[in-house]
Design a protein around this ligand. Structure first.
Ligand code: HEM
Length: 415
């Protein structure tokens, strides 16, 4: 192992182009202990895949934080019956999410949510999503000069889709976007006074969200519809049911998991095409390329760089001993560029087949919304390419210095 290996994934340079850092890690120290991140960085495809199947790596990472906060409060002598802090309430909501649960809790939640994600239920959304994309593109086309494709199209779409699928009225769409941002702020922690203040505001917003979803659950219980929420209440498989609290948590999870990821999927895909004009021209000439193109765009520069796991038992990965209490970052964006798995991994090849990328994860937690995410990306990218023939990048984009997501601040273009 080379002690001096560059492993800081949060420098401006690594945020703009993390792939050089990943290449070096994959080659020189594929299961690397990073002092910078206080975590193991796992960068090869084979090791990331093995880690997804390893029971020593746990997703249960919110409950321990909540337990610690509650214990701290108890130690400080606060009355036990004092209402939970806003932070505790949000952590309690998040601790019920399947994505931060291990079996058997995860198994049960996933099974009860699965009905809402059945292929047919998602497939019928095609026309509605196309209409939403076209509505956003109409607004975009009405503007002239430099415009941000993220704020105008890629950002509003996914929250609107989730609001629609949960059966919320269109007038409430803006609320969903705000809550999604607030969830991200709370979930990814805070730093600095300004962020601490935003955090407080976000917590207040999330309490409103909680109340809103509770109202929606009550409405659907009284009057079930064709929406996802009603589907998650139905009990065709067994007598087991999601409680009201669990349904509220599920609504928040779908919003959290499905918003920023899909926004970035659409934005990163568009940028990759703009930077690869031959691929863009090929897609314009032959729209039947769209399905393999979406897979390749997710592989080439997908929205998630890193997925976290906590180590709960001593284990080995590529000859390294990993101990309980340590943290592991599975670097999906690096696995997807591993030359051991993909020929010419740094080339965007819209016809690549097979394309076993791990942009949606793998194993028991593999993205339950993948079909919906693929559909949204396919429709948005397809309509952008078709309706904006003069699309051009106005500025080099600025990337957010985020560890988990591959995310631009803006994507300023002309059309
Ligand atoms: C391109 C967009 C998306 C990407 C790249 C993505 C990626 C992922 C990944 C990598 C995981 C695995 C997390 C882990 O192993 O810890 C995951 C899980 C999940 N995703 Fe997505 N996702 C996307 C869109 C969506 C959408 C649209 C929804 C729903 C509306 C959604 C809902 C979920 C849920 C509920 C989980 C947790 C599944 C479980 O724990 O069993 N995702 N996603």
């Amino acid at each position: 192992m080379t002690g001096a290996i560059a492993d800081d994934l949060l420098t401006a340079q690594a945020s703009a182009d993390p792939y050089a850092v990943f290449d070096a890690l994959r080659r020189d120290d594929p299961v690397h202990w990073s002092e910078t991140h206080r975590a193991w960085l796992v960068t090869r495809y084979a090791d990331v895949s093995a880690a997804f199947a390893n029971k020593a790596f746990s997703n249960d990472r919110v409950r321990p934080v909540l337990a610690k906060q509650q214990a701290r409060r108890a130690e400080s002598g606060e009355a036990a019956d004092r209402p939970a802090t806003a932070s505790e309430r949000v952590l309690a909501l998040m601790s019920g999410w399947m994505v931060v649960s291990d079996p058997p809790v995860h198994t049960r939640l996933r099974k009860l949510a699965a009905g809402a994600f059945k292929g047919q239920r998602i497939a019928v959304m095609d026309a509605q999503i196309t209409a939403l994309v076209d509505e956003l593109l109409d607004g975009f086309l009405a503007g002239a000069g430099e415009q941000d494709l993220i704020s105008e199209v890629a950002y509003p779409l996914p929250a609107t889709v989730i609001a629609t699928m949960l059966g919320a009225p269109p007038s409430d769409r803006d609320l969903f976007r705000e809550w999604s941002d607030e969830l991200a702020l709370v979930a990814f922690g805070t730093g600095g006074a300004a962020r601490a203040e935003r955090h407080e505001r976000a917590l207040r917003g999330l309490n409103e969200m909680d109340a809103y979803f509770r109202g929606l659950v009550a409405q659907r219980r009284a009057e079930p519809g064709e929406d996802m929420l009603s589907a998650m209440m139905s009990t065709d498989e067994s007598d087991d049911k999601l409680s009201d609290d669990e349904l509220v948590a599920m609504c928040a999870l779908l919003l959290f998991a499905g918003h920023e990821t899909t926004t970035n999927s659409i934005a990163n895909a568009t940028l990759a095409l703009l930077r690869n004009p031959d691929a863009l021209a090929a897609l314009r000439a032959d729209p039947s390329l769209l399905n393999p193109a979406v897979e390749e765009l997710l592989r080439y520069d997908g929205p998630i760089k890193v997925i976290n796991r906590w180590v709960v038992a001593e284990t080995e990965l590529a000859g390294r001993t990993i101990s309980p209490g340590e943290r592991v970052h599975l670097v999906l964006a690096s696995a997807n560029r591993d030359p051991e798995k993909f020929t010419d991994p740094d080339t965007l090849d819209l016809t690549r087949s097979p394309n076993p990328h791990v942009a949606f994860g793998k194993g028991i937690h593999a993205c339950i919304g993948a079909q919906l995410a693929r559909m949204e990306t396919r429709i948005a990218v397809g309509r952008i390419v078709e309706r904006l023939p003069g699309l051009a990048l106005a500025h080099e984009p600025v990337w957010k210095d985020a560890l988990a997501s591959r995310s631009m601040e803006t994507l300023v273009v002309t059309h």
